[in-house]
Design a protein around this ligand. Sequence first.
Ligand code: GLU
Length: 299
Amino acid sequence: MILGRFAPSPTGILHLGNLRTALASWLSARAAGGTWIIRMEDVDGPRCRRDFGEAQLRDLAALGLESDQPVIWQSERDAAYREALAALHAAGRLYACICTRKDLQLLASAPHAEDSLRPYPGRCRARAWEGWDQALRLRLPEGTVAWEDRVLGSQVDDPARLTGDPLLFRRDGCFAYHLAVVVDDGAQGVTEVVRGADLRPVTATQIRLQEALGQPRPAYAHLGLVVAPDGSRLGKRAGALGLEALAAKGVPVTEVLGWLGESLGCLDRPRACTAAELIGSFDWARVPTGEVRVPGAWT
Ligand code: GLU
């Protein structure tokens, strides 16, 4: 049985890209008669705000997407993350990392400085962990990771080349995104992870972490990003592409749903509809792999 989830970070409003991800994960779970949950990923300190999260939940409800289970807020799950770190430590998989941001910048300014993802070169790998005032990384095994992506098809990545040993715990006491997302997907029994293609490059690393924790692997679906009408990244313009801003421009929720539905291959052309009306025609085989352009009139 499918248990799908939408896991936004409450750092702002949900824009069309986020709403498209939410709808796709909900449609996939509903079409299979499965369960769908929302999880608030608010581990990232001050950038995350409870009021943003509440507003996101209101927008999802306005689309007709409501969590089948109480919404979990990651900021309330420190005990589970600490327990996972203790288990990884007992298994000899962690090491303390004392590299400063500056060290990492210097290390990265060698050949691949232009890459947006800078793999950690493993400089602290031999360092023992002495306590919770130190940052922690997972020691990755060698080798590639393969998975069958519901949107992108067969994928093979080398996590050592993409991220290097991931940071799981920060010196300032914050649990890192990779740890929280993997621990919670496991704890909640998530079987299908639907998210934006911007997170595809960290998937192999997260699969390695699941393996280290002895968790089953969920299915993955990485959706093409929603971009501006000219194909450029939305960037700051994303803020103007939330439900409230669109409503102010005269675009009602039903019209947004029709556009999202068409962009996911459920409709031949956009028409006003509800989320429930799209369930019957949802099929991963019809979801396009590429980027999707926002209608010019909406930007
Ligand atoms: N919280 C992450 C984000 O909003 C998504 C994590 C995931 O779906 O795995 O970017």
